[in-house]
Design a protein around this ligand. Structure first.
Ligand code: GAR
Length: 199
């Protein structure tokens, strides 16, 4: 399976995925790490690993539709079969999703459907939940609203700050996301309606 990873920032999930691929746990090829931010640290790591990188900046396109069209064209040219969003902080249009049916996934640092969107960990602390976690889900054109593939749970502790909770969740993200992608590459994950099946 040809995997494209899209990342806007630090890229720690991308690193965990690359490591899992390098160690043979993910039986697929990472064909590209693509970012909308030329300064994303994710790109530095990918380059160090000899992975092809690309940057597509929104400012170079007239609007979101034009950007997404260019993104689809590039990913198709590269032969992407699975599009992995790893801290890619842009909402993708229905046209993008339709170009890769059931082949775009994302990780979110909360137990969806709770706390979608930005600052999920802050939202969880402010709400006062006692557990939170992360969710890997199919991407649809809504905000973190696609079918849920897998989740991991962490406790929220009384003295947690946004940073301490984010760090606890991130540890789980680094386990969960590579595992889901490995299952994907093994052809174990399928979707019917909103129900995700795993062989
Ligand atoms: C991760 O915590 C990821 O779940 C979150 O951004 C962080 C990226 O970190 N994504 C979202 O909030 C998407 N709604 P990373 O660049 O180190 O992987």
């Amino acid at each position: 399976m040809k995997i494209a990873i899209l990342a806007s920032g630090r890229g720690s999930n991308m690193q965990a995925i690359v490591r899992a691929q390098q160690s043979g746990k993910i039986k697929g090829e990472i064909i590209c790490v693509l970012s909308d931010k030329p300064t994303a640290a994710a790109l530095d790591f990918a380059r160090e690993q000899g992975i092809h990188t690309e940057v597509l900046m929104a400012a170079d396109y007239e609007n979101r539709a034009a950007y997404d069209k260019a993104l689809v064209a590039r990913l198709k040219e590269l032969g992407a079969e699975l599009v992995v969003l790893a801290g890619f902080m842009r909402l993708l249009s229905a046209d993008f999703i339709d170009a890769f049916p059931e082949r775009v996934i994302n990780i979110h640092p909360a137990l969806l459907p709770a706390f979608p969107g930005l600052h999920a960990q802050r939202q969880a602390l402010e709400y006062g939940v006692k557990v939170s976690g992360c969710t890997v889900h199919f991407v649809d054109s809504g905000m973190d609203s696609g079918a849920i593939i897998a989740q991991a749970v962490v406790p929220v502790l009384p003295d947690d700050t946004e940073d301490s909770l984010a760090a606890r969740i991130l540890e789980q993200e680094h386990q969960l996301y590579p595992r889901v992608i490995a299952d994907f590459a093994d052809g174990k994950i399928s979707l019917k309606g909103r129900t995700v099946y795993k062989d």
